[in-house]
Design a binder for this molecule. Sequence first.
Ligand code: PMV
Length: 316
Amino acid sequence: MPAIFGKAPGKVILFGEHAVVYNRPAIAVPINDVNAKVTVVANPRLSPGQVNVYAPDIGLEATVGNLPENDPIAKAIQLTKEATKIKMIPACNLRITSTIPVASGLGSGAAVTVAIMRALSDFIGEPLSDSQISALTYEVEKIHHGTPSGIDNTVITFNKPVYFVKGQPVVLLKLKSTFTLVIGDTGDRSPTKVAVGDVRKAWERMPQRYESFFDQIGAIAKNAREALETGEWVRLGKLMDANHTLLQKLNVSSAKLDRLVAVARDAGALGAKLSGGGRGGNMIALVPQEAAKSVAESLREEGAAHTLVTQVGERI
Ligand code: PMV
C-alpha cells in the first residue's frame, strides 16, 4: 500500500481575536508558506491495531496506546477512528512534521490535528469531509485552549479566508485581490489559554468596560470585511491599528509587540497589530508589496526572531 499524505496550512487572525470568544465576528486567513504534514504507511510488522507515531520536530516516538489519553495527537487519532467507524485502525506508522512555529499564534496545534485526520481517514478508506474535520479538530483544540472560539480549526481546515462568528455557519471571504503581509515573531512563547483566561477574569470584574471593547472590536471586523471585499487597503491598515489599540486595552499586548508594531508602521506599513492570543507570539503588518522587504528588515533589527512575507489570497 502506498504512503498516504495529509497537510494543513498555518493561519493568522487579521481581526477580532479575543472578542471572537464573546461571539463578536473575527477574520482569519490561511498562511500556506508554512504547514503541517502527516504521512501514514501501513506496517504489517506491528501488532494488529498498533499505530506508531513519529514527530521528529518534538522528539516524539511512541505507540499511540502509550500516550496519555488527553494528548492532542492521541485524541486526534481516537476521534478519527470513531468518526470513520472502523473497529481497528490497520497497523501503521504515522509521521508528523511541521514548519509552523509552536505557541506563537500561527495555529500549529490545529494544523497538526487537521493533517492527522486527513491522512488517517484517507488511509482507513473513509475520508472525512472538511466540516467533519473542522468539528473534530475543535474538540482537540479544547485541550490546548480551554474555551476556543473555533476560528483556528475553521480557517485551517477550509484553507480559505473566513469571516467567523462562533456558532454560526462559516462565511468564506472573497478578497478583492491578493495583498501582502509581513509577519514578525517576537520569539516570546505565550500560551493562548493563559491570555484568554486573564481576559475572562477581567471581563468578569468589569463586564461593561469589556463588553464595550468587544463591541468596538466587532465593529472593526465588520468594517474590515468590507475593506477586504472592496480592496480598500489604506482603510484596512487603519482598522488594524485601531484593533491593536483595543487589544492593548484588553491587556494582551506586550512591550515587544508594541515596539514591533510601531517599527513596522514607521517603515511604511499601512497598519499593524498583534495577531492571536497575544502577550508574545506574532504581529502582522499590512504592507505595499514594494515595502515588504524593508519592513521585514526593520522588524528583525528591532529584535524580531523571524519574519515571513506572505501573499494572502494567492491560489494554492
Ligand atoms: O493564539 P491563537 O492564534 O491560537 O489565537 C487565539 C485566538 C483567540 O481569539 C484569542 C482565542 C480563540 O479561541 O479564538
